[in-house]
Design a protein around this ligand. Structure first.
Ligand code: UDP
Ligand code: MG
Length: 193
């Protein structure tokens, strides 16, 4: 997004922890011309960046499954969009609460064309299994452990589901059954693009 002359196209990608957002987004980015921006990864990067004034705050939030204030997340997103050189973005894991949505609408929605919201629908049981497996396989994430996972799921149910319901109501949502294996899920994803 070198300038805002032509509006950037944005797809929000939502779903529970471990629903497969990251896996599917990198496949979408390979296949179609989107840049994949994982808000979790952007926050992890900022959180471990030497000299970041937000490092401790971000880590604290992640460890407790809490959602980082939107000003921080939105700044990171805008910076990443500008430096990407692209104008098509998959925004993975955002917005996950009302604060996120309001902040985005204030700051970014006039500058972008929202395409749709891709929702990876998955049972809690499968989500938990995948995150724990990811933790055991050495994801290195401070939040892929059972204790934090419980908190992430609580946050998801309490704060993120209402946002997903909101998008469902506006008719902007495309729902994918995220239960099957990655290839089968991607087959569904492809047909929505
Ligand atoms: N997070 C946040 N705001 C965001 C995205 C992520 O605060 O917009 C934090 C939050 O603490 C979350 C953690 O980062 O639990 C991990 O998010 P990620 O999207 O990486 O997890 P996933 O849902 O992919 O398992
Ligand atoms: Mg992710």
């Amino acid at each position: 997004m070198s300038s805002f002359a032509t509006k950037a196209k944005v797809v929000f990608v939502l779903g529970g922890p471990g629903a497969g957002k990251g896996t599917q987004c990198s496949r979408i980015a390979d296949r179609f011309r989107f840049t994949h921006l994982s808000t979790g990864d952007l926050l992890r990067e900022e959180g471990s960046r030497e000299g970041s004034q937000y490092g401790t705050m971000i880590e604290e939030h992640m460890r407790n499954g809490k959602i980082v204030p939107v000003e921080v997340t939105c700044s990171l997103l805008e910076k990443a969009m500008k430096s990407s050189g692209n104008s098509m973005f998959l925004i993975d894991g955002f917005p996950r609460n009302q604060d996120n949505l309001d902040g985005w609408n204030r700051r970014m929605s006039p500058k972008v064309d929202m395409q749709f919201v891709l929702f990876f629908d998955c049972t809690e049981e499968v989500c938990v299994k995948r995150c724990l497996k990811r933790g055991l396989n050495g994801s290195g994430r401070i939040d892929d452990n059972l204790e934090t996972l419980k908190k992430r799921i609580q946050t998801y149910n309490k704060h993120s589901l209402p946002i997903i319901q909101y998008f469902q109501g506006t008719g902007q949502m495309k729902t994918i059954d995220a239960g099957p294996d990655a290839d089968q899920v991607f087959a569904q994803v492809e047909s929505t693009f």
